[in-house]
Write a protein that binds this ligand. Structure first.
Ligand code: TXA
Ligand code: MG
Length: 326
């Protein structure tokens, strides 16, 4: 069952140890409770989606103890630095380009080349992040479709038995999620209103766009709320779904034993485990894209993945990858 940890020295140390060993730990921030996982551990990140029962992979916010740690993993513009100075620790999330050296699992960013980062407020959360010493990916700690939790009891109501522990730091002070601001697209863009007031942000960087831009009117890269895009991370090679085997000119994304004869194979999970498959999906698509191009192949054939548990999210993403390109 899920352990309930107190926010004393022993509880925080235990929570950090669990996170470092790949377990899921919910923890309080000033906004809502987050469902934390070591963001560099792709298997742990996959189990976040599994625990939440999400039918698709949204990109997660990575939490850091300070701006220096965050900006080691993303490229910070002058605007990003000014906002960090003014708002962190606090309820503002910045979407910025990943550095090439960024160790965060591709799955945590849903395969995007950007990463959402923030430094939450609260002594317990910050001490936890310092002790983990790695970025902690954390969506709100609720089952998919339920409201975000602002107490440890809310977390347990949805996730008891599905996660290793909850670190109880009492009620969340802000109670709504962080404001999400995209700074990766050239000009700032509001992706989600939240705990940091727009007027306060504009006082630092001036007026910016908000709402959803029509895709056609903007460069495609500027629309970054991935759930809204039918085809957002698509490999360059066309993807064929529900393939029993690879054709002569195809690379193969395998799930379970690969048929004989395929020349270029990425195995998602030999044992047909959907959590393992999810943890390898984005890396696999990228690898097949690169290898397939190197070998002069014409496409990627994807073996079927069952529509169970994380298989739903895997199929959702494969369908997007196979959809006609905008
Ligand atoms: O207050 C909060 O932000 C809480 C606490 C736990 O930090 N977290 C939270 O996470 O609300 P979540 O996963 O429920 O929402 C993350 C939001 C989503 O709307 C997601 O699409 C957006 O951030 N997001 C994350 N990474 C992104 C990226 N690279 N590009 C665009 N949007 C991104
Ligand atoms: Mg949420």
């Amino acid at each position: 069952m899920t352990q309930r940890l107190l926010d004393d020295a022993a509880g925080i140390a235990r929570a950090a140890e669990l996170l470092r060993s790949g377990e899921l730990v919910a923890f309080g921030t000033e906004t809502v409770y987050g469902l934390g996982a070591d963001a560099t551990d792709t298997r742990a990140v996959a189990s976040v989606f599994d625990a939440k029962g999400r039918p698709h992979f949204n990109p997660l916010i990575c939490h850091y103890p300070d701006a220096d740690a965050a900006f080691r993993h993303v490229v910070a513009s002058a605007e990003a630095r000014a906002l960090a100075e003014r708002f962190w620790p606090g309820p503002l999330t910045l979407v910025l380009p990943r550095r090439v050296t960024c160790p965060v699992a591709l799955l945590a960013g849903a395969g995007l080349d950007t990463l959402a980062v923030r430094v939450p407020m609260g002594a317990t959360a910050l001490e936890l992040l310092r002790q983990v010493g790695r970025p902690v990916a954390a969506p709100s700690a609720n089952r998919s479709g339920e409201v975000s939790p602002t107490t440890a009891a809310h977390v347990l109501a949805g996730l008891d038995g599905r996660i290793a522990a909850v670190l109880d730091s009492g009620d969340c002070a802000v109670g709504v999620e962080s404001t999400v601001l995209d700074l990766a697209a050239g000009r700032p863009f509001l992706l989600r209103p939240g705990g940091a007031a727009i007027a306060d942000i504009e006082a630092v960087i001036g007026p910016f766009g908000r709402g959803i831009t029509p895709l056609a009117a903007e460069a495609p890269r500027t629309l970054r709320s991935p759930g809204l895009l039918v085809s957002h991370y698509a490999p360059r090679l066309p993807v064929r779904l529900d393939a029993a085997t690879a054709g002569a000119q195809e690379a193969l994304l395998a799930f379970g034993p690969a048929p004989a004869g395929a020349v270029c194979v990425f195995q998602l999970s030999a044992g047909r485990d959907v959590v393992e498959a999810a943890s390898r999906l984005f890396a696999g698509l990228r690898w097949l894209d690169a290898e397939g191009a190197r070998l002069g192949l014409a496409g990627i054939a994807a073996m079927p993945v069952p529509l169970e548990g994380l298989g739903l999210a895997i199929n959702d993403r494969l369908q997007r990858a196979a959809a006609p390109r905008p």
